[in-house]
Design a protein around this ligand. Structure first.
Ligand code: NAD
Length: 309
């Protein structure tokens, strides 16, 4: 039986490392934190390489890849891997998108709940010695209409949770050809602007591409109800940040929660950081212990499935 050497080039959750060492046909090479030159040499004798976001897999590393056949990203974004160089060398690049679905949807849901109950400013006030009971009257989720933009894995998981809280849910996804989803409980739309007059809260679960960049902007706010709540745990840039600030100031947007930013991290003086009605987290969507364990096991599994053919 041939033995596949799997290089862990970032610090992986122990579950993923154990999963590799348990296999009869795999050998773990656990070497996070090496230099570019060291990886360039080490990969030549490895069949697979697993990374998170802590290492840049450059063209220089891949210049002479030896027997390397697959790079697995334990996580979603593959922007730290030179895809053109990998493709040129015939190396497959895979990610573990599904493993962080529930975790990311839970974060978006937590942002939505926190936004509606003013958890951010109320907490900040408490730490400053205040007791603002009258200032932070919130809004209840039950009976509100949530607009889910992008009805893939995370969007659907978000919708399930919203339905369980007694919310109405509509969704926009031009790639889903159905009038309703989830046993008729979610009305589907193929035109973004059609959902806007219906919704109290909008939550984004789309990739960033030419069609989604700035999809919520000065152009689209006029179609929205006044006092919209905005949640973005997808990608920075989906919500135009400058237009959002204007919409907050005009009252079109009641409050916004953002886990992702056009430029990460946003600068210290970015107005989103200090706006009293903006709740921000530092790209924590996929950051749970459970998701980190799941992505490391899935990344190892993806390598093995490919290597075993
Ligand atoms: P997915 O591929 O399962 O779903 C994406 C959905 O978006 C698909 O149904 C697709 O049809 C739809 N879509 C594509 N283009 C669209 C458009 N122009 N308008 C509307 N819908 C469109 O992906 P997923 O796993 O659900 O992840 C969704 C996004 O969440 C990812 O692309 C990523 O940007 C983001 N994400 C963020 C974090 C975080 O840490 N905050 C973690 C994981 C994922």
């Amino acid at each position: 039986m041939s033995t596949f050497r799997i290089l862990a080039a970032d610090k992986l959750a122990q579950e993923g490392l154990d999963y590799i060492t348990k296999q009869d046909d795999c050998e773990l090479v656990n070497k996070p934190g090496l230099t570019e030159e060291e990886y360039a040499e080490l990969i030549q004798d490895c069949d697979a390489m697993i990374v998170r976001s802590g290492i840049k897999v450059t063209a220089k590393i891949l210049e002479n890849p030896g027997k390397l056949k697959v790079i697995a990203r334990a996580g979603v974004g593959v922007d730290n891997i030179d895809l053109a160089a990998a493709t040129e060398k015939g190396i497959l690049v895979v990610n573990t998108a599904a493993a962080s679905t529930i975790t990311t949807a839970e974060h978006a849901f937590a942002l939505m709940m926190s936004l509606m109950r003013n958890i951010g400013p109320a907490y900040k006030g408490m730490t400053e010695g205040k007791w603002d009971r009258n200032k932070y009257t919130g809004r209840q989720l039950m009976g509100k209409t949530l607009g889910v933009v992008g009805f893939g894995r995370i969007g659907q998981t978000m919708a399930e949770r919203a339905l369980a809280f007694g919310m109405d849910v509509v969704a926009y996804d031009p790639f889903i050809n159905a009038e309703t989803m989830m046993d008729g409980r979610v009305k589907m739309f193929n035109n973004f602007e059609d959902i806007l007059p219906l919704i109290d809260i909008i939550s984004f679960h789309v990739p960033l591409n030419d069609a989604t960049r700035g999809i919520l902007s000065a152009k689209t706010y006029p179609k929205c109800k006044d006092g919209l709540y905005v949640v973005n745990a997808a990608r920075g840039g989906v919500v135009d940040e400058a237009d959002l600030l204007e919409a907050l100031d005009s009252g079109k947007v009641a409050a916004a929660a953002m886990d992702v930013f056009t430029s990460e991290p946003p600068t210290a003086d970015d107005p989103l950081r200090n706006h009293p009605r903006v709740l921000i987290t530092p790209h924590l969507g996929a950051s749970t212990k459970e998701a980190q364990q799941a992505v490391s096991v899935d990344a190892a599994d993806n390598c093995m499935t490919y290597l075993r053919g």
